[in-house]
Design a protein around this ligand. Structure first.
Ligand SMILES: Cc1cc2nc3c(=O)[nH]c(=O)nc-3n(C[C@H](O)[C@H](O)[C@H](O)COP(=O)(O)OP(=O)(O)OC[C@H]3O[C@@H](n4cnc5c(N)ncnc54)[C@H](O)[C@@H]3O)c2cc1C
Length: 456
């Protein structure tokens, strides 16, 4: 039974990084915003995460909202990348933070409310309300009372995280593209206090090891020398429980005195969705699969998608038109800013997932890619000059099959990234464009020994 129906300009479902920041930006721009968050009270802002965030994301955000210093727990100078045999440690410079994630989450929701958004805590969005082919609101349940409610609006924002509760219910719409198990990572992490101080806590540590974290990696992200965020991600297609791997391989390495928080989750690690918009709806953050597919970091992309979509939503209000056609600009902005790099990194992700520990030991110890090149690849995308380097290396380094695989991947990453840069300005050209993407992916996958692209 519906006992309440309220009208807003925008209803945002999910008060994580993406939803809270979008609510802040939209409320600050003068729109009447409802922010629906399943969690309530002290649980608001709690999120299972590695808590690492690059400085460039913080700097971009600071143009609109100055971060409260209390959200930063540890200043980071770079990444220590460690080979499976732990004999090679590459230091990749790059500034960032390990966040006090719960303080971060709470602070963002507080800012949204201060800017004027109406927070409905303990409210779970259950499905979009669709009328005449457009989303016009959200059905929700107030958890405490069990009361069903309707929130009506001109635009609905799906920021419900990797479950993508709203967009996934729009069967037959472009935006409802499901995630294939190949395109997710199953992650588990604990925040623990340890007896023995960690060396160089100003570096986050990424351990590549296909036995400990098959198709992924395990990490130590220090909040301090003795308070560590330790976890791992495993390729979804392997259907393994990451907690079992954590307990078997990782936990025994530490003398844990106390556990602060434990939890798991799944992370979309894939190329961009075909479309992040529909009539009256946009998807952000993990709900839009906007994560960096190589390392699974998505806080920065949650911020970015909130920023880009709120800009396009404001334009839609100027026009008084909330159709897919008007909201399409968000797709275009996204692909030009980040989607094409996400696609490049996804190609490299697939290649990495075909490697074994011997390949990784060899590659890291011989510095097939040096620290600067790894930084460049991760931060800026592929660099075709690397192909020439691989060709030269093939002649004297051995492992020609591995080097060939790398060289093919760099080439396809560039080509597929370029295709995403040419993402169509209008929906009518999408099918043709997408057929080209699938063709390129399938060529690449065949060359590195993977089956055709699973179109879930
Ligand atoms: C173990 C792990 C480690 C990670 N490590 C890192 C890292 O170190 N760095 C990094 O950048 N990223 C990391 N990520 C990814 C990162 O956490 C996400 O990309 C990011 O939090 C996405 O933000 P979001 O707002 O889209 O989603 P979320 O933070 O998941 O927020 C979604 C919100 O929606 C709410 N919600 C869900 N369903 C409903 C509903 N039906 N109705 C109302 N509310 C709802 C949830 O309670 C939640 O508050 C990690 C993820 C995991 C799982």
């Amino acid at each position: 039974m519906i006992s309440m129906s309220e009208r807003f300009d925008v209803v945002v479902a999910g008060g994580g990084t993406a939803g809270a920041y979008a609510s802040y930006l939209l409320a600050k721009a003068g729109f009447k915003v409802a922010l629906l968050e399943s969690k309530s009270g002290e649980q608001i802002g709690v999120k299972t995460c590695g808590d690492g965030l690059g400085l460039h994301h913080v700097e971009r955000m600071a143009k609109y909202l100055t971060p409260n210093p209390r959200v930063f727990q540890n200043k980071i100078e770079g990444v220590e990348l460690i080979s499976p045999d732990e004999k090679t440690r590459l230091i990749i410079k790059g500034e960032g933070y390990v966040l006090d994630r719960f303080a971060w989450g709470k602070w963002l929701v507080e800012e949204a409310v201060r800017a004027g958004a109406a927070l409905f805590e303990g409210h779970t969005a259950t499905e979009p309300i669709v009328e005449n082919g457009a989303v016009v609101g959200v059905k929700a349940v107030e958890r405490r009372s069990g009361m069903a409610k309707e929130f009506r609006s001109r635009v609905v924002v799906d920021a419900t995280g990797s479950a993508a509760v709203l967009r996934s219910k729009l069967a037959g719409w472009l935006i409802s593209e499901p995630l294939h198990p190949e395109d997710v990572s199953h992650a588990y992490r604990e925040i623990v206090y340890v007896d023995e101080a960690l060396e160089s806590p100003q570096y986050i540590k990424i351990y590549l090891n296909m036995t400990v974290a098959p198709g992924g990696y395990w990490w130590i992200f220090p909040r301090s020398a003795t308070m560590l965020n330790v976890g791992l991600g495993i390729w979804g297609i392997l259907k393994q429980n990451p907690r079992n791997y954590y307990e078997k391989y990782i936990l025994p390495r530490f003398r844990v005195s106390k556990k602060y928080h434990i939890g798991g989750g799944f992370i979309p690690t894939r190329r961009p969705l075909k479309s992040l918009v529909g009539n009256g709806i946009v998807a952000l953050g993990d709900a839009a699969a906007a994560v960096n597919p190589i390392h699974g970091g998505g806080i920065g992309q949650a911020l970015l998608t909130a920023e880009l979509s709120s800009r396009v939503i404001a334009k839609a209000f100027e026009k008084g038109d909330f159709s897919e056609k008007t909201l399409w600009e968000y797709n275009v902005l996204y692909m030009r800013e980040w989607g094409h790099r996400q696609a490049q990194l996804d190609v490299l992700r697939l290649m990495l997932q075909t490697l074994d520990n011997d390949d990784l030991n060899f590659g890291l110890s011989r510095k097939i890619l040096n620290e600067d090149e790894i930084y460049h690849l991760a931060a800026k995308g592929t660099n075709l000059s690397l192909m020439d380097k691989f060709k030269v290396m093939m002649q004297f380094l051995g492992r020609p099959a591995l080097l060939k695989k790398l060289s093919i991947s760099i080439q396809y990453a560039k080509e597929i990234g370029d295709l995403y840069l040419a993402y169509p300005e209008s929906q009518s050209d999408l099918d043709k464009w997408h057929a080209e993407v699938v063709k390129k992916y399938n060529e690449f996958r065949e060359k590195i020994g993977l089956g055709p692209l699973p179109l879930a």
